[in-house]
Design a protein around this ligand. Sequence first.
Ligand SMILES: NC(=O)c1ccc[n+]([C@@H]2O[C@H](COP(=O)([O-])OP(=O)(O)OC[C@H]3O[C@@H](n4cnc5c(N)ncnc54)[C@H](O)[C@@H]3O)[C@@H](O)[C@H]2O)c1
Length: 255
Amino acid sequence: MSKSLENKLALVTGSSRGIGAAIAVRLAAEGASVIVNYAASPARAEAVVAEIAKAGGHAEAVQADLGSTEGPKTLIAAIDKAFGGKFEGRLDILVNNAGTVEFGPFLESSDQSYDKHFNLNVRSLIELSKDAAKRMTKTGWGRIINIGSAFGEAAPLPGVTLYIATKFAVHGFTRALSRELGSTGVTVNGVQPGPIDTELSPDDNGPAAQTMKKLTSVGRFGKAEEIASAVAFLANPESAFINGENLTVDGGWNA
Ligand SMILES: NC(=O)c1ccc[n+]([C@@H]2O[C@H](COP(=O)([O-])OP(=O)(O)OC[C@H]3O[C@@H](n4cnc5c(N)ncnc54)[C@H](O)[C@@H]3O)[C@@H](O)[C@H]2O)c1
């Protein structure tokens, strides 16, 4: 039986661990060839590639620090090198997943923290989307999926103001770009996770984790695989009529 994403080339940023790794594994299981981007941990990226290969899929690890000015261009340039052949000049699915957060009162935040948040969470996502959309509009099919946050349309907690500002930007960019690309066969959607058990936000039963669980209606953290399912749904060719949607997957946090 053919798989829904066979003959598609997917790039998942920051996919050596956490939500990104789960997305890479899931898209590969749907038949896509996957670029596993990482910034600093080749061993973990190679472990994701090995997991995909073991399950009969195809992936390559590509290093690029997306917090740096040249990171997005380096990554796009590396795609043809990693895959080439029938995928030369193509990129069918872009999942902008890499992101960072620093906690603390806004009035004590530094310029470095501002740059760190915005360079990775916003600037690199916008640049990659631009380069990817140029490739996708040439073939007339594409999926850009931005991993925002339940904090992309609400601010239920203090101490994450810069992060929330970036995720609202991701939410707005997703909607605006979907309108520009609407007639091209390329859809642009977002997935907005609530608390997901990863190294960024561990379900360690500490006070922060307890608070976050209480803010959901299901009373638990989500799993990275539950975000990957939402991404696979939006990437599916059958989702062509879903465009400009920010799909919140948060256990009822923002209900
Ligand atoms: N975990 C949550 O509760 C949660 C909730 C809402 C949104 N999100 C969003 O989901 C995405 C993934 O989060 P996660 O929980 O898996 O976090 P994580 O910290 O486990 O993973 C983040 C990934 O981004 C990569 N990354 C960090 N800096 C990078 C850089 N400069 N260049 C390239 N890659 C870089 C990391 O290597 C890692 O693979 C982020 O955008 C995050 O904001 C997470």
